[in-house]
Design a binder for this molecule. Structure first.
Ligand SMILES: NC(=O)c1ccc[n+]([C@@H]2O[C@H](COP(=O)([O-])OP(=O)(O)OC[C@H]3O[C@@H](n4cnc5c(N)ncnc54)[C@H](O)[C@@H]3O)[C@@H](O)[C@H]2O)c1
Length: 327
């Protein structure tokens, strides 16, 4: 089996590119090359992970090194361009979220590229998020009538990700979770934003099937604090709650004392499972667990949230609502 292990590369070697590399090492993948436009970082990271080649120009890497797949873990502005270059060369891409900064930018990708991209919507692979979806599918809370999601990050995000709106950078997780858990795309949003730069986003999402959900993103926690995520799913016969913070994750119904499932703290929930899935996709062409269509829809919903927030809360219809988002 080891000799069928795919050969991969990682482009973008910041905190999360490093997390991808560590996950590839744990999975036993062959890492043939890394790239970062920061030459010291590229060189140091290659040495540290014993990777044979490093590049400052990602396209040079794609031209020079034969690989089956590549993780694109750069800042959002370069995702579409690098995905285009990699897929043009026949390579499959694990493309970090947000897969594009806007739907208009995403529309510039050729159709042929779309089937070669696995969007990095990592929470779909996180054990407790998967368990939540399984519980919902088994009818434990009855038919889903709404979702409320909150995601708080530290203030330094305002500086570290200054070029990406929080709805796109952080809220994209919750947009995707809402469509994944309700099974329905979003058709209209009403949003408010606050802060200069924007550091608080609250949005009301109306799905094509009439389910109303809300998401809240803040980049206002003190620097050094742990992230705090909460997700509530309201069903006709009960409520499911998922809390994630620096003490770990807990999934429960009515009683927090008797949780349905718990998980230890981790900075990268789901990443090992996502990387393993990507490697299986490269090796065996299994059905991808996150579709391009679902991630493209999430980008379009984020566009609508930004537009509504900018317009002071005007309702905005999401462009191109899929008749069904394959989940
Ligand atoms: N799924 C998650 O939970 C999660 C968590 C963190 C980050 N991310 C995503 O991962 C990506 C990277 O995040 P980060 O925190 O590591 O960012 P970062 O800014 O720390 O690192 C990005 C790195 O990419 C490099 N880079 C940028 N453009 C490049 C290009 N064209 N060619 C080569 N190198 C380039 C930069 O030099 C930098 O080292 C973002 O898209 C982010 O949304 C996802």
């Amino acid at each position: 089996m080891a000799d069928r292990m795919p050969t991969v590369a990682v482009i973008g070697l910041g905190a999360f590119g490093r997390a991808h590399l560590q996950a590839y090492v744990r999975a036993g993948a062959r890492i043939a090359a890394v790239a970062d436009r920061d030459p010291d970082l590229a060189h140091r990271t290659a040495e540290e992970f014993d990777v044979p080649a490093s590049f400052t120009d990602a396209v040079e890497l794609l031209d020079a090194v034969p690989i089956d797949g590549v993780s694109v873990v750069t800042s959002a502005a370069s995702h579409v361009e690098l995905a285009r270059e990699a897929t043009l060369r026949g390579c499959k891409v694990l493309l970090e979220k947000p897969i594009a900064t806007t739907a208009a930018e995403l529309a510039t990708l050729p159709d042929a590229a779309r089937s070669r991209i696995l969007p990095g919507h990592v929470l779909r692979f996180a054990p407790l998020h998967q368990r939540l979806r399984t519980e919902i599918a088994s009818g434990r809370i009855g038919a889903v009538r709404g979702v409320a999601a909150g995601r708080s990050r530290t203030r330094d995000h305002q500086r570290l990700y200054a070029d990406v709106h929080p709805a796109r950078m952080t809220g994209i997780h919750d947009i995707d979770l809402v469509t994944w858990l309700t099974g329905s795309p979003i058709r209209r949003v009403v949003a408010s934003v606050d802060g200069e730069p924007t550091s608080l986003v609250q949005a009301h999402l109306l799905s094509a099937s009439g389910i109303a959900s809300s998401i809240r993103v803040s980049w206002l926690l003190p620097d050094g604090a742990g992230a705090e995520d909460e997700l509530e799913v309201y069903g006709q016969e009960g409520v499911a709650r998922l809390r994630v913070d620096s003490t770990g994750a807990v999934l429960y119904g009515q009683s927090r004392e008797r949780p349905w499932a718990v998980a230890p703290p981790t900075d990268t929930p789901g990443l090992d499972a996502e990387i393993s899935h990507f490697l299986r996709w490269l090796r065996d062409d299994v059905e991808p667990l996150v579709t391009f269509a679902a991630a493209a829809h999430a980008v379009a919903v984020a566009d609508a949230i930004v537009a509504s927030g900018t317009a002071g809360g005007t309702p905005i219809d999401v462009l191109e609502v899929p008749s069904w988002t394959k989940q």
